[in-house]
Design a protein around this ligand. Structure first.
Ligand code: SIN
Length: 268
């Protein structure tokens, strides 16, 4: 297995691995690379829906997303679909999948199924590098804060068709702003633009300036990598270590990705 870091802080391309024939030791190396680089990219795979689900199950229990339409016959696989006629794109703001849950998702596995001729890349930003590079002053402030995360933005978005969207929305969850990665102990900043609403004990208006600063800070180019999709490509990211954003620059063209998300644990 060859592991080539994509940038200084975020992402790695993994070569010479067939996800359909993963040995236990290759899986361990893959998982280590995920925990080191936050997101890993594998090209030229022919991942069937069954193999997609089986790969996710090696990481843990599957977390079925309650907002996305599932792939027919595969309730564990969410369709991340943009129709050619659609203006809004799912995931076009910075976020960590399922940060609104009490136990935010561990990782997501996204497989390209139908790609636009150009555009539709995905950006990733390292929340670990962001924590490491904080000033002592801001780090001390953030260490003392918790923030609320809500899936309410889905209900008001025009992205999903489901009529019962409002019923899918759950109670907000509270997480520390600085969390320890459950498997490695690495500290990361855990707030994101799509789902974090405010700091605990602060109003939304009081929280907005510091949150806006953190979102700009985390998504600065030095902490980021950009993945240009190709047919057969698969990306696996750790939702605690990186945030991601789907670039909405392919209007008039369709894009279909299949995503399986793996359950995490409460963060502290
Ligand atoms: C997502 O936000 O989970 C999907 C990202 C993408 O479609 O590139």
């Amino acid at each position: 297995m060859l592991i080539e870091p994509a940038t200084g802080h975020c992402g790695a391309e993994i070569r010479e691995v067939d996800l359909n024939a993963l040995t236990d030791s290759s899986f361990t190396s893959l998982q280590d690379a995920l925990f080191t680089h936050g997101v890993i990219f594998l090209r030229d795979q022919s991942l069937s829906p069954e193999a997609h689900v089986a790969l996710a199950q090696r990481f843990g229990e599957i977390d079925i997303n309650r907002f996305f339409t599932a792939v027919k016959g595969h309730p564990e696989i969410a369709e991340v679909r943009t129709k050619a006629s659609q203006k809004n794109v799912i995931g076009a703001g910075w976020h960590s999948d399922h940060s609104y849950d009490t136990a935010p998702a561990m990782c997501s596995i996204l497989a390209a199924r139908e790609l636009p001729t150009h555009g539709g890349d995905t950006l990733f930003a390292s929340a670990g590098a962001a924590y490491d590079n904080l000033s002592d002053g801001l780090r001390a402030t953030l260490e003392g804060l918790k923030a609320w995360h809500s899936d309410g933005s889905f209900a008001s978005s025009k992205i999903f068709d489901q009529a019962d969207m409002e019923q899918a929305v759950t109670k907000p969850s509270l997480h520390p702003v600085v969390v320890k990665h459950p498997q490695t102990g690495r500290k990361v900043i855990f707030v994101n633009g799509d789902f974090t609403t405010h700091f605990d004990g602060w109003t939304a208006a009081e929280s907005a300036p510091l949150l806006a600063y953190l979102y700009r800070y985390i998504s600065q180019p030095a902490f980021m990598c950009r993945f240009r999709w190709s047919q057969g490509a698969v990306a696996i990211w750790d939702n605690r270590l990186v945030q991601h954003l789907a670039v909405a620059d392919y209007q008039g063209q369709a894009r279909l990705m299949h995503r399986v998300t793996v359950k995490g644990q409460p963060l502290g």
